[in-house]
Design a protein around this ligand. Structure first.
Ligand SMILES: O=C(O)c1cc(C(=O)O)oc(=O)c1
Length: 310
């Protein structure tokens, strides 16, 4: 595939665009709440999608992200490099720089990155790197390369975000537990919710967090993990009930090491696109007290991403 230089990208067949006109949440977010997992896509005409990408999304600009932030009642964003941009962090960095200090970033880098480039990313607001082990999203990167990167970014005080599926945790365990930084797991390590919250698979994830106090988890993406719904659509106030016990267990056992994010613009959803206002209404089901909500949405993300202001 040649690298297009204009916006002439064709979306992956069946691609679902993000939900337009989301409702205003009924749940009132605490002051200073952080959407700690979201993305920007392009726009492709300005920030071309990476040649090695596994999907081509719709555009989702920084202006659209910031409008959603304000509509939902968040104060800040953590913008995670989407795999469709590979290790070209320009769109994410541009969004961080345009945010007036209200966004931090998580980058994808290769071992060829220079120290100067890392410092530039830091100045733009990047505070972590993402290592992705989901095979449908990325090609394999050797673990020695990732460990080398982790050692370098540790010196900047950054953390590592890991994305993997629950079934792969045993194989990845030794690598994850050797990482020298805070480690943030995307989407609870993608449990198979059909197996139930008492399953051996989810028990392993809880053990991972219990035995390693440097491991945090995003209790995000019920819309990805749910099998039986109901979807966050049409005013549904009790969406994705099959995911609630998983997220609630993590929040209640590790209240100081959890983060929440919308995952807007929701790459690769196949059967529906959630109303982001109703996704926010999911939060009190997994963090039922004001104290848990404040830790999840304000204290924890501030400590990790804006420690000077926390
Ligand atoms: O499950 C996914 O498809 C997905 C993809 C990406 C990405 O492409 O970066 O990020 C996510 O948080 C989730």
């Amino acid at each position: 595939m040649s690298t297009p230089t204009t916006g002439d990208f064709t979306k992956t067949p069946g691609w679902l665009d993000w939900y337009s006109g989301p409702s205003r949440p009924r749940f009132q977010l605490p002051a200073g709440a952080v959407d700690a997992h979201c993305h920007v896509f392009g726009p492709g005409a300005e920030f071309p999608y990476a040649p090695e990408r596994k999907y081509t999304p719709c555009d989702a600009s920084k202006q659209q992200l910031f409008a959603l932030r304000d509509h939902l009642g968040f104060a800040r964003n953590v913008i995670v490099q989407a795999t469709c941009h590979g290790a070209d962090n320009r769109a994410m960095v541009d969004a961080c720089l345009a945010s007036g200090g209200r966004a931090r970033g998580v980058a994808t880098v290769r071992r060829s990155i220079t120290d100067d480039e890392l410092h530039q990313l830091h100045a733009a607001g990047v505070r972590g790197v993402r290592f992705n082990f989901v095979k449908r999203l990325v090609d394999f990167t050797p673990k020695d390369e990732l460990m080398e990167i982790a050692g370098r970014i540790a010196q900047l005080g950054w953390h590592v975000v890991i994305y993997f599926e629950a079934v792969d945790l045993p194989e990845l365990w030794d690598f994850f537990t050797a990482l020298p930084t805070t480690v943030v797991v995307d989407h609870m390590g993608r449990p198979d919710v059909r197996q139930g919250v008492e399953s051996a698979e989810f028990a392993l994830f809880l053990k991972f967090m219990r035995e390693h106090p440097n491991v945090w988890s995003k209790v995000s993406c019920p819309e990805r993990l749910s099998v039986t719904g109901p979807h966050a659509l049409h005013g549904e106030q009790a969406a994705y009930r099959d995911v609630v016990p998983f997220a609630r267990r993590v929040v209640e056992e590790f209240p100081d090491r959890v983060l929440w994010g919308t995952d807007w613009p929701h790459p690769n959803l196949k059967d529906h696109m959630p109303d982001d206002g109703l996704l926010v209404d999911f939060i009190p089901h997994i963090a039922p007290t004001a104290e848990l909500q404040r830790k999840l949405l304000v204290d924890n993300p501030m400590r990790l991403y804006w420690p000077q202001e926390a």
